[in-house]
Design a protein around this ligand. Structure first.
Ligand code: 5GP
Length: 174
């Protein structure tokens, strides 16, 4: 376990739990009587996906994608796949699930990629958004929280591979 003495709690466990339930309720309403495929963006969204799917009452499947690192994305704008969805998404209701939208470059790339798969519908669900950092417009259908420009960790989000296990979202070094 990593040291947590220099981490300030930013979003409490209870606030996250409640918001995740609300997002799931919206998805349940919007897709009543239909099946959805959640496509989680690894690694950051794995806890969010796990909590979200347990509040869905509609038929649901889950897949994951993994793309090149944040640093690579920031410095070069290049994005490449480490893992892509295994099954065909043709005619499916797909919800891309991201932990945080920062510049928006990663998720824009993924949305374009998913659109090419002839899906029935494509929605974006992100737990967090740093609106002031956006470099491209991103249509977020299900948004957890809009946050200031701070580097956050916990609830799946890491700092150098650590702190993903924290049940809350915190700001490092505050
Ligand atoms: P974008 O392409 O929108 O700039 O970057 C999105 C990705 O950058 C996220 O999926 C996440 O991996 C990483 N990222 C952006 N902001 C933060 C942050 O505040 N904390 C952490 N841990 N990762 C972040």
């Amino acid at each position: 376990m990593s040291a947590t003495s220099n981490i300030a709690v930013f979003l409490k466990k209870e606030s996250i739990e409640q918001r995740v339930r609300e997002l799931a309720d919206m998805i349940n309403r919007d897709f009543q009587g239909q099946e959805v495929i959640l496509v989680g963006v690894l690694n950051g969204s794995f806890i969010f996906c796990a909590d979200l799917i347990r509040h869905l009452t509609i038929p649901t499947q889950i897949e994951f994608v993994s793309i090149s690192s944040y640093e690579g994305t920031e410095s070069t704008g290049q994005v490449s796949f480490r893992l892509d969805v295994k099954q065909s998404l043709v005619g499916k209701n797909v919800i891309l699930v991201e932990d945080i939208v920062d510049t928006g470059l990663t998720i824009s790339f993924l949305l374009k990629h998913m659109k090419l798969k002839n899906v029935k519908s494509l929605k974006l669900c992100s737990l967090l958004l740093k609106r002031s950092r956006l470099k491209v417009e991103v249509p977020i259908d299900y948004l957890g929280f809009e946050i200031e420009d701070k580097f956050v960790i916990g609830y799946g989000l890491d700092f150098d591979g650590h702190y993903r296990e924290l049940p809350y979202i915190g700001v490092y070094g505050e």
